[in-house]
Write a protein that binds this ligand. Structure first.
Ligand code: SF4
Length: 447
């Protein structure tokens, strides 16, 4: 049964030392009771308390990583049903399924495509995270060789061993044990053998059953066999089943603290038609899937799914921001134009992209306005003449330019006079209102 914040508080050190990031032990206890933080965040908690709190203090949906290294993907750990209640925490992993009976060259090509799938979007690196290798050949030696090949061609991708044959799965796990692959999957028939392999090799295990109810019985069995990191597959295939099953699972875990379903979810959305597949994948990403397995990856599909995923997993209460500083764009020199904007990520990437398009090396001063865009920051009193003047003076840019000219976004042209008054010796030029006019503006000045 779940403990209340006060019950948890009684077991904490009560020193209010703040090492956990909370101002008091009581605040930490309250957050722990809601599942919004892990007990391990308190370094001073006693062994006795750890035991007493036990599962009651565990997050409602278990969090763990797929794969290893810098690009390992953390899944699970979610604490809310709806993003606007707080935020979604760990973006779902995207994987592509490869059948082991394809030709060697084709397998190598797909794995290489996964390795090269990374793109940069508003300052975040987005990629296909994992490869699922399906045991279609019924040839254990071939499967092991294909698993090794895919792992070698995509050295940082997480690996899913899509294989219900325990002997073949065990050989494949051992072949790439250092990569911490996910075994997919344990069923009612093979649960014991698969759980033993997962436990012996310290790798996560997917449980697959027909619907959430059967699934909860299976996860209890697997957990009883000593496996902690479990992924859920309820067998949902259609968009309707995915919404229904995934919602039931998430609700049971969060609202009823039902531990047998408190694990991340995997959905295979394999379809022959890539557009159809992308639409089913979108449903799974939006509705609680932690791993979505696709049958193919194409650049257009990647971008669409990456964008959806990124938008869902950004914190709705915190605008995306870039660091406050003066950025050189191109081979900027002391003579290069100096522009200014705010630190809202989208604003920065649009403005810097248009400066790049102009091919005129420039400097872009990005001012911390708490992630607000130019007009919003101005309206909120964060992008004012006094604050801009202070930022320019403190940035030290004055000693790095041969001119004293600052180009102001056209949308805040109204600030130009007062800014010139406050920035003594500087000329303030009003730039374009819209970013897409920047190339013409800069090229016109350079001509
Ligand atoms: S780290 Fe532990 S002892 Fe310190 S304030 Fe947080 S809960 Fe209390």
């Amino acid at each position: 049964m779940a403990l209340t914040g006060v019950q948890i508080f009684k077991l904490l050190p009560k020193t209010n030392c703040k090492k956990c990031g909370f101002p008091t032990c009581l605040a930490f206890a309250m957050k722990l009771a809601q599942g919004g933080v892990e007990l391990s965040a308190c370094p001073d908690v006693s062994e006795e308390a750890k035991q007493s709190l036990g599962e009651a203090s565990a997050p409602p949906i278990r969090a763990f990583t797929l794969g290893t290294g810098e690009k390992a993907v953390k899944i699970g750990g979610e604490t809310v049903l709806f993003r606007h209640e707080k935020k979604f925490v760990n973006p779902c992993a995207l994987a592509v399924n490869i059948k082991d009976d394809l030709g060697e060259e084709e397998i190598a090509d797909i794995a290489t495509e996964v390795a090269n799938s990374e793109i940069d979007r508003v300052g975040q690196k987005l990629r296909v995270d994992a490869i699922s290798i399906e045991y279609a050949s019924n040839d254990s030696a071939k499967y092991e060789a294909v698993v090794k090949l895919a792992a070698e061609k995509a050295p940082e991708a997480a690996i899913i061993l899509n294989c219900k044959d325990a002997a073949a799965a065990e050989a494949a796990v051992k072949a790439i044990a250092g990569r911490k692959p996910l075994i997919y999957c344990a069923t009612g028939e093979n649960a014991e053998a698969m759980a033993n392999i997962a436990k012996a090799n310290s790798v996560p295990l997917a449980a697959c059953a027909d619907g959430p109810e059967a699934l909860s019985a299976l996860t209890e069995k697997i957990k009883g066999l000593g496996v902690e990191d479990i992924v859920l597959d309820s067998g949902a295939k259609t968009a309707g089943e995915i919404i229904q099953h995934n919602t039931q699972i998430r609700r049971s875990a969060l609202k009823k603290n039902f531990k047998p379903l408190g694990y991340p979810i995997i959905n295979f959305v394999l379809r022959d038609d890539p557009v159809y597949e992308a639409s089913i994948a979108s449903v799974a990403i939006a509705k609680y899937s932690s791993i979505v397995v696709l049958s193919s990856i194409e650049k257009w599909k990647n971008v669409a799914l990456f964008t959806l995923r990124q938008n869902l997993y950004t914190d709705p209460q915190v605008p995306m921001q870039v660091e406050q500083k003066v950025y050189d764009i191109g081979e900027a020199t002391a003579d290069s134009p100096l522009m200014i904007t705010t630190n809202f990520s989208l604003t920065y990437f649009i403005v810097s992209g248009e400066i790049e398009n102009s091919k005129v090396p420039s400097r872009l001063a990005v001012m911390d306005c708490e992630g607000l865009s130019v007009l919003t920051a101005w309206a909120a009193g964060k992008f004012t003449a006094s604050k801009i003047a202070q930022f320019i003076k403190e940035s030290g840019i004055e000693s790095q330019v041969s001119h004293k000219e600052l180009i102001l976004p056209g949308q805040v042209a109204i600030l130009s006079g007062s800014l010139e008054d406050k920035l003594e010796g500087w000329k303030v030029t009003v730039g374009p209102r819209e970013a897409n006019a920047i190339p013409t503006f800069l090229k016109g000045r350079a001509a």
